[in-house]
Design a protein around this ligand. Structure first.
Ligand code: ATP
Length: 234
């Protein structure tokens, strides 16, 4: 099977800090891969390099189709002085989306934003802003989605709907997703495979449903805590 994303021996140093220290992994079509790790482990730095925002200090990033990649994160909100529809139009123009009006209506419906189409993005609640960011991320019908804590500010019911949308994107649409989250319950439910980062290195990799038992832990959260507190013991 072809890969949507291949990362080989990727590195990023900031002065003396090795934020990403030689990691290799891949993401295939139809797969959701969780990028996990404690604060400062190197997750956002990795995503920023894949997006091309940060220049790697070493290694390689191979992307099947850069034009069909997209991204959503709570720390990258859309311009607050533009309405929901205006924001989507601006990005639609940037991406060269065909039949934009039709796509706009589809996305407003899919992300339950129709009633806010003329509301300025800055006035939306944080959950609504997250939905707008996800709608923007879907505009160009991506094949590879990079999601940095996409459900962090959502209430449990909306978070569940968003997870279902993204699952559908991979199962029906054969999309590929790299997903960071600190919610281990969510990761277990959504991810086909997880990578545990610690100090810029991949410490563990595998199926989130079997990985904890393999390392003598009851739950993924217990394993996460062990990675965060005593990485050398693993
Ligand atoms: P979090 O879960 O807190 O978002 P993270 O896993 O995304 O953490 P990164 O933001 O990738 O972690 O940071 C990895 C390391 O690199 C940290 O030690 C951080 O302080 C450092 N770092 C990140 N960006 C810079 C920068 N521009 N200059 C210097 N150090 C940086």
């Amino acid at each position: 099977m072809e890969k949507m994303l291949e990362v080989r021996d990727l590195r990023k140093t900031f002065g003396a800090v090795a934020a990403v220290d030689g990691i290799s992994f891949e993401v295939s079509p139809g797969e959701i891969v969780g990028l996990l790790g404690p604060n400062g482990a190197g997750k956002t730095t990795t995503i920023s390099m894949i997006l091309g925002i940060l220049e790697p200090s070493g290694g390689e990033i191979l992307i099947e189709d850069r034009g069909h990649m997209n991204f959503a994160a709570v720390y990258a909100p859309l311009p607050g002085n533009l309405t929901v529809a205006e924001n989507l139009r601006v990005f639609g123009l940037i991406y060269g989306v065909e039949n934009f009006r039709e796509r706009l209506e589809e996305l407003l419906k899919q992300f339950d934003l129709a009633k806010y189409r003329n509301t300025k993005a800055g006035l939306l609640s944080s959950g609504e802003q997250t939905r707008l960011c996800l709608a923007k991320a879907m505009l160009n019908k991506p094949q590879l989605l990079l999601l940095d804590e996409p459900t962090a500010s959502l209430d449990p019911s909306i978070a569940r709907e968003i997870r279902a949308e993204i699952k559908d994107f991979t199962v029906r649409g054969r999309g590929a997703v790299l997903w960071t989250s600190h919610n281990m319950h969510e990761v277990e439910e959504v991810c086909d495979r997880v990578l545990f980062l610690s100090h810029g290195k991949i410490l563990l990799e595998g199926d989130p449903k079997v990985l904890p038992q393999r390392h003598g832990k009851k739950t993924l959260e217990d394993l996460f805590v062990a990675v965060a507190r005593e990485p050398l013991s693993l």
